[in-house]
Design a protein. Structure first.
Length: 507
């Protein structure tokens, strides 16, 4: 302790007072004595020294049995306490007046540098101050005097520049790491979702395209083994897409087949001739859109009538194309080769040459002299025509032993000859008639055809209608297995025909 003072309450006088020493504080005063007696307990606080500094003082009453008898004060210069406090906190310490002026401190040089930058502390708080590129932490603690009033502020000033910038760097690195981690997480999440929903995006694209009527979409890449909703949906839509593509292709193919069928029908004679010597009619019922059967009739240069019925070995578009070629060849050769056998020989040579498809056609070609009724024919592997007499006797024309056209090029073809009597009829047909089947897998056969012809009307159109109905009734709804073609001729008797009668033009 730097000193003590006593005041006696009995004689109301100081026992010892250091007031004569200018370095000692004037501690005891009537106000302090009164406050101490009223408090009845020690009072602790700062007191000013005469030299302008502060000391830490405590005033407490001395008691006997009757009550307070004296007041004692103890004081200690803070010059001894401030360095110890600064050492304990490892930072310079200062006393600052309420107006911001310095009372005393452990580092006056630091105070001089920062005095103009520091704002007075009026409460207990910590703040950072920057000066000349350095950062300081300033902590303030208000201290009271013996009467409880604020006397000075205890400050600590610590240079935290290195720690401050280290914290700034760590904060930046921390925030940067969080941002990078968040970016990587979001990027990974985006990639994962994009990968997971890729089949769904493709599904949406395909559905949008199909909604626009565009089936030309790439195949979906969804893994067929993927066992989740998106994978199953993608596979389902892919199947639907393929079905739409197949349907589109089928529709296009049907359109093309329809056009091909129209072209094929245009190759057949457009009308039937009206002659006094004969009546003629024909029908073709293709198995599909297009077929390999065909019939033809045309005037020859010498006034005879040429009749053709044929059946190509295959079906469909290939048969239709070969049919068009065969019809054109036979028609052209018949105009310059009068005999049916020689005509078949020449046509066979042309069709056999460069026949890469190895297709062939069975043909029955005959010529009718409308004046004499003479009918000459050559059969190239075809079903023999039927001759129906006026008394309804039905007989098949004898075969001439010819082979189908297009197989072997250098072959002779024999001819058959007969003279039709007035009222007799000829029926040419393809195997689609006799080989028609019913639900019991039974064929119509030539026997049923002969029985039908024996009861058929004389008119060629009615005759063909009767045969067609008989075949359809026998089939009983069973789908046809081949083209069905019929050509009927009714000979009325000798007549004087012009060389090229009107109504039938060379084709």
């Amino acid at each position: 302790l730097n000193g003590n003072l006593f005041f006696s309450t009995e004689n109301d006088d100081f026992i010892k007072d250091g007031s004569s020493d200018p370095a000692k504080p004037r501690v005891l005063s009537p106000q302090l004595i009164d406050a101490t007696l009223r408090a009845g307990q020690p009072l602790l606080g700062l007191v000013p020294l005469r030299a302008g500094h502060y000391s830490l003082a405590v005033a407490f009453p001395l008691l006997d049995r009757t009550g307070p008898t004296a007041i004692s004060t103890l004081y200690l210069h803070v010059d001894h306490l401030l360095p110890a406090f600064a050492a304990s906190v490892n930072a310079p310490a200062f006393f600052q007046y309420d107006n911001g002026a310095l009372d005393q401190g452990t580092d006056p040089t630091l105070w001089q540098r920062l005095a103009n930058q520091l704002t007075p502390h009026h409460d207990r708080r910590v703040r950072n101050e920057s000066y000349e590129g350095r950062v300081y932490t300033v902590a303030g603690l208000p201290l009271q005097d013996l009467f409880g009033e604020k006397a000075v502020i205890l400050l600590t000033i610590e240079d935290i520049t290195t720690a401050y910038w280290r914290d700034i760097l760590l904060d930046a690195l921390s925030h940067g790491s969080v941002i990078v981690a968040l970016t990587l997480f979001l990027g990974g999440l985006h990639w994962s979702l994009r990968r997971a929903f890729c089949p769904l995006n493709q599904v949406i694209g395909v559905l949008n395209a199909l909604g626009r009527g565009d089936a030309r979409m790439p195949k979906l890449t969804a893994n067929s083994s993927r066992d989740d909703e998106i994978g199953r949906l993608a596979n389902t839509v892919e199947q639907f897409h393929q079905a739409q593509v197949a349907r589109s292709q089928l529709t296009k193919l049907r359109q093309e087949l329809h056009i091909a069928a129209s072209i094929q029908r245009s190759l057949l004679p457009a009308s039937f001739p009206k002659r006094a010597a004969f009546d003629l009619f024909a029908e073709l019922h293709p198995f599909g859109e297009v077929g390999g059967d065909f019939y033809d009739f045309f005037d020859l240069p010498d006034g005879r009538l040429g009749l053709v019925i044929a059946d190509v070995s295959d079906k469909g578009v290939a048969a239709a194309l070969f049919m068009a070629v065969a019809r054109t060849v036979i028609h052209a050769v018949a105009q310059i080769v009068p005999d049916p056998g020689c005509c078949m020989e020449q046509a066979n040579a042309l069709l056999s040459e460069d026949n890469a498809t190895a297709m062939f056609v069975t043909v029955c070609y005959g010529t009718l002299d409308p004046v004499s009724g003479e009918f000459r024919y050559a059969n190239a592997g075809h079903n023999p025509p039927y001759r129906i007499a006026a008394d309804r006797t039905v007989t098949a024309l004898p075969l001439t032993g010819g082979m189908a056209l297009g197989i072997i090029g250098d072959l002779p073809f024999a001819e058959g000859r007969l003279v039709l009597e007035p009222g007799e009829r000829l029926l040419f047909y393809t195997d689609g008639v006799t080989e028609a089947i019913n639900p019991r897998n039974e064929e119509f056969t030539t026997h049923r055809l002969e029985a039908t012809l024996a009861l058929a009307p004389d008119n060629p159109q009615s005759l063909i209608a009767t045969v067609t109905k008989a075949v359809q009734t026998f089939a009983d709804g069973a789908p046809p297995a081949d083209d069905l073609t019929l050509l009927a001729l009714a000979y009325r008797g000798p007549a004087q025909e012009s060389l090229k009668p009107a109504g039938l033009k060379p084709r």
